[in-house]
Design a protein around this ligand. Structure first.
Ligand code: HEC
Length: 159
C-alpha cells in the first residue's frame, strides 16, 4: 500500500515536471513578431491592437511609408505595429494629444531615452531632413486614422 502511494506521488511529480517544461518551452518559443503582436494585447498597455490595418495613404503618406520602411520598421514594425525592438506607434500613447508632431521631430533628431517601455533607447536618425520627417509623421497619422486611434488628421500635419 505504502509503495503504491509512493509510486503515485512519483508519477504525479513527473507529470508536473512535464507540464512545467512544456509551458517553459512555449514561453521561450514565442520569439517571432506574430506572437509578439498577440502578446501586446495582454500587456499593461492594453490598447495596442493585435493587428494593424494598412489603410489608405496620400501621396505624402506614401513617401513617408518608404522612409518609414527604410528607417523605422526594424523597431516599430510593419504598419508601425511594434516589434520586440520597439513599441507600436499605432497606439493611443502616440496620438497627437500625447505625442504631437514635435515629439516625432525631436525623437528622430535626438533619439529617445526609454521612458514608456522596456525596449531600451531609440537612437537618433540624423540622416532624415525635416521634410522627410514630416512625410513619416503623415504616414503614421494616416495609420492611426485607419486604425481609429484618431478620427481626423490633425491640422498641424501636412499630408
Ligand atoms: C533601433 C530601434 C528604433 C528605431 C530604428 C526607431 N525607433 Fe522610435 N523608438 C524606439 C524605442 C525603443 C522607443 C520607445 C522609448 C520609450 O519611450 O521607452 C521609440 C520611441 C519613438 C517615439 C516616441 C517619442 C517620445 O517622445 O516618447 C517616436 C515618435 C518614434 N520612436 C518615432 C520613430 C521614427 C519616426 C523612426 C524612424 C525614422 C524611429 N522611431 C526609429 C526605437 C526605435
Amino acid at each position: 500500500m505504502a509503495d503504491f502511494v509512493r509510486r503515485r506521488v512519483r508519477v504525479a511529480s513527473l507529470s508536473v515536471l512535464v507540464a512545467v517544461t512544456v509551458l517553459f518551452m512555449a514561453a521561450c518559443g514565442s520569439g517571432d513578431e506574430e506572437d509578439y503582436a498577440a502578446s501586446q494585447t495582454h500587456d499593461e498597455h492594453d490598447s495596442a491592437p493585435a493587428a494593424v490595418v494598412a489603410g489608405e495613404h496620400s501621396e505624402t503618406g506614401l513617401e513617408g511609408k518608404k522612409l518609414f520602411a527604410a528607417n523605422c520598421t526594424q523597431c516599430h514594425g510593419e504598419n508601425a505595429m511594434g516589434t520586440n525592438q520597439g513599441p507600436p506607434l499605432v497606439h493611443v500613447i502616440y496620438e497627437p494629444g500625447h505625442h504631437g508632431n514635435a515629439s516625432f521631430v525631436i525623437a528622430v533628431a535626438r533619439g529617445v531615452r526609454a521612458h514608456h517601455w522596456d525596449f531600451g533607447n531609440m537612437p537618433a536618425i540624423p540622416e532624415l531632413s525635416i521634410d522627410e520627417i514630416n512625410q513619416v509623421i503623415c504616414y503614421v497619422r494616416e495609420l492611426q486614422l485607419a486604425n481609429e486611434i484618431i478620427d481626423e488628421i490633425p491640422a498641424a500635419t501636412r499630408c
